[in-house]
Design a protein around this ligand. Structure first.
Ligand code: SF4
Ligand code: SF4
Length: 193
């Protein structure tokens, strides 16, 4: 039977057994065709964690503490700037005063409540706290995400650091030296008459 636009109207489901069989058969055929096409396509997924994709250059993941590459000393001087700046207050640092420099006596980071805002990295004067190219700390036990100093250093040793560290980020955001010098010069000369 033709409808108003002249096309043959399909019988509604349940009106005829043969009609229903043809409709279902067509639907199954279409679904099988999609499955078959996908079977021959190159997979877009990988077998994680056996296979890992390369992280993008600017990936910033789990936080870590670093050692000085030349001296092997801890970079953290216990200044607590990261603790002050952290919005959810998940960092706690105790400073250990020493003769030549200070250290962090204790350093804890509650990763389960971290916002990954990177502010702690941006303010760190010694690039002691960094972000790494990993997100892989999934666990069913929240206590494992309360990271102490040793664990943070171990993460820093295990994973590749992110490109962004405090000194680099601050240098990027600072006005260019020439512009700063020009500004200072103009200030010293005072307003023109
Ligand atoms: S990334 Fe942000 S929320 Fe996480 S510890 Fe650093 S300052 Fe705190
Ligand atoms: S990680 Fe950096 S900002 Fe935080 S206490 Fe250590 S030196 Fe200071």
């Amino acid at each position: 039977m033709a409808n108003e636009s002249g096309n043959r109207a399909r019988p509604a489901l349940g009106q005829s057994v043969w009609g229903d069989l043809v409709t279902v058969g067509r639907a199954v055929g279409r679904a099988m065709r999609v499955s078959f096409v996908n079977l021959l396509r190159k997979p877009v997924t990988v077998h994680y964690p056996d296979v890992k994709r390369a992280y993008p250059d600017r990936f910033r993941g789990v936080l870590a503490l670093t050692y000085d590459k030349e001296t092997g000393e801890e970079n953290c001087i216990g200044c607590r700037l990261c603790e002050y700046v952290c919005p959810p207050q998940v960092i706690k640092v105790e400073m250990l005063k020493a003769e030549k420099r200070n250290y962090a006596k204790t350093f804890t980071l509650e990763l389960y409540a971290c916002e990954f805002c990177e502010l702690c990295v941006q303010v760190c004067p010694t690039d002691a706290i960094i972000m790494t190219k990993s997100f892989d700390l999934a666990t069913a036990d929240r206590r494992e995400l309360l990271l102490d100093k040793d664990r943070l250093h171990a993460i820093g040793q295990e994973f590749e650091p992110s490109w962004a560290v405090g000194t680099g980020l601050r240098a990027m955001q600072a006005p260019a030296k020439a512009a700063r010098a020009e500004g200072a010069h103009a200030k010293a000369e005072g307003p023109e008459e």
